[in-house]
Design a protein around this ligand. Sequence first.
Ligand code: PLP
Length: 386
Amino acid sequence: MERLGTETAFSVLAKAKALEAEGRGIIHLEIGEPDFDTPSHVVEAACRALQDGHTHYTPTAGIPELRGAIAEDVGSSRGIDVSPDQVVVTPGGKPIMFFTILALVEEGDEVLLPNPAFPIYESMVNFVGGRPVFVPLRQEHGFRFDLDEFAAGLSERTRLVILNSPANPTGGVLTPDDIAGLAEILRKHPDVYVLSDEIYSRLLYTGDFASIASEEGFGPDTRTIILDGFSKTYAMTGWRLGYGVMPEPLAEEVAKLQVNSNSCTSAATQHAGLAALRGPQDAVDGMLAEFLARRDLIVAGLDELPGVECIMPQGAFYAFPRIAETGYSADELADLLLDEAGVACLSGTAFGHHGEGHLRLSYANSRENIALALERIGDVLSRVVR
Ligand SMILES: Cc1ncc(COP(=O)(O)O)c(C=O)c1O
């Protein structure tokens, strides 16, 4: 158990809530979840499902209608053929990380992954006795991989590569050229699986989304596991609904892990997911437009603060400013901002050692709150930064 890590966002949220309980007004920029309500037609579909008696266990890998809708959606958005048998529906996207790493990585296997990155990747690799090999993401390179560094990280022992674009915590996006370059490198390593975390694929502000699964030889029928879900796209974090699309033999193993843990995903939640995929998408477009306005507001505001430099994130809903020039470490500054400005955000080190010198601020909060947070951070920094 000592090898298992955690997600700091949940502990900072708990600390911020405790301060709120003492009467402090806290602005929450720490947790990565849309502040919007789930679209009403999705909520209604779940209520209807419950009233219609969908209150029982479902097949482990998901109800056939939802697996079919996911196969169609993932197939058309990535330009590939997907069979419903390659789809496993899970309570959130996170179990796909948990299950695929558990299924694929043996003691001593190497897993190549970005740093900074979602902390659960490293946590799970360590948990199963694998060895994480980090490829740094740097601001100078738009938080994209340096492909030479990526290639140098691969070895005979590499079992799995983890990609995440658009990325948490940086908002960086791999370009179509990056994806083509990665595929070219990985063609020399045909036995390596790719876990492509595409949970933010609909939250992209410029250009087209590129998935490695669209590259020749990298479909989910061969070596790629696509992780995606409903939490971020449809503002459904609390419903717990996600999925993986992967080679059928692996899907069977992952379903076996699910039968040993959750049995299946909540029936009504799966019906909600079906309505989300099949129904109108205007709520998604509306949320994306609002995130874009908030992004521009927070990035411009952060970039003007003393000692802070913030590049424009291309996707997701996180700003990842460099704060090294403030003279504080990332952990110290995150604590200072919570205690003195009442603004909860995360230290970049919550995402790995290459996150030092940065903070992560989620802009999944109202423009009013973002403006107020910027004002409060500005007040503190102008006092403490020379
Ligand atoms: C990169 C990334 N992948 C996966 C997830 C998991 O999402 P969920 O389990 O809520 O679907 C998150 C959530 O924050 C994330 O940031």
